[in-house]
Design a protein around this ligand. Structure first.
Ligand SMILES: N[C@@H](CCC(=O)N[C@@H](CS)C(=O)NCC(=O)O)C(=O)O
Length: 214
């Protein structure tokens, strides 16, 4: 059985939910934090940058990066007769649209949180942190306004079909809520989050990570 490493509530929640949607035999394990036992081994054998997600296959091979793991899991699901559960079939226009939004979440939305979570990486001057966090919050909210417009039009962002893209957007919404951003203006997005959190696979993954619904 392969093992997916996660930090509770981090972006690794995306492939975790995907694996549960697809019914894949994937074990999940909390990755060791910098001061934890097993950290050196994690860096050496699994994820040299100490990041999650990382999927360790039965034969010891490792896949990192959300998009690669999701794509791999979707292919396993497709082979097991679960095509279209989290990702339209590879090679279709619908697949490209889902990948477009998944990629938006991974490479636009996700990195926008960097300065909000860790302003110290952007300036050594502590007095600049509130400004850095304020600018990052504005950027995150601009991106949420963009997706909210889409969710006002339909339930799911790509072809109105539930996909891993909605899952990734949901995970970033959790972070925004945790950071106290004002999400009240984004009704379409909030509606998607509520629908997504009612899915059995999402309930299972949250329980396995020990994190609450929001
Ligand atoms: N591009 C990577 C991003 C991975 C990433 O940034 N993971 C974060 C959690 S969301 C991480 O492990 N950060 C290290 C840390 O928190 O110490 C991917 O898509 O997998």
């Amino acid at each position: 059985m392969s093992t997916l490493y996660f930090y509770p509530g981090a972006c690794s929640l995306v492939p975790h939910i995907v694996s549960r949607e697809l019914g894949l035999a994937v074990a999940v394990k909390a990755a060791p934090r910098p001061d934890d036992t097993g950290r050196a081994e994690y860096l050496d054998k699994v994820s040299p940058l100490g990041k999650v997600p990382a999927l360790v296959l039965d034969d010891g091979q490792v896949i990192t990066q959300n998009l690669a793991i999701v794509e791999y899991m979707a292919a396993l699901g497709e082979a097991a007769g679960n095509a279209g559960v989290v990702y339209p079939k590879l090679g279709t226009l619908e697949h490209a649209q889902a990948l477009r939004w998944l990629s938006f979440a991974n490479s636009d939305l996700h990195p926008a949180f960097g300065p909000l979570f860790r302003p110290q990486r952007f300036s050594s001057d502590e007095s600049a942190y509130p400004m850095i966090k304020g600018l990052a919050s504005e950027q995150v909210l601009d991106l949420f306004a963009h997706v909210n417009g889409e969710y006002n039009e339909r339930s799911w962002i790509a072809n109105d079909q539930y996909s891993a893209a909605d899952v990734y957007i949901y995970v970033t919404y959790r972070w925004a809520k945790m950071m106290g951003l004002d999400l009240a203006p984004y009704a379409g997005l909030a509606k998607m989050v509520a629908a997504l959190q009612a899915r059995p696979a999402v309930i299972t993954a949250l329980a396995e990570q020990g994190v609450p619904a929001i």
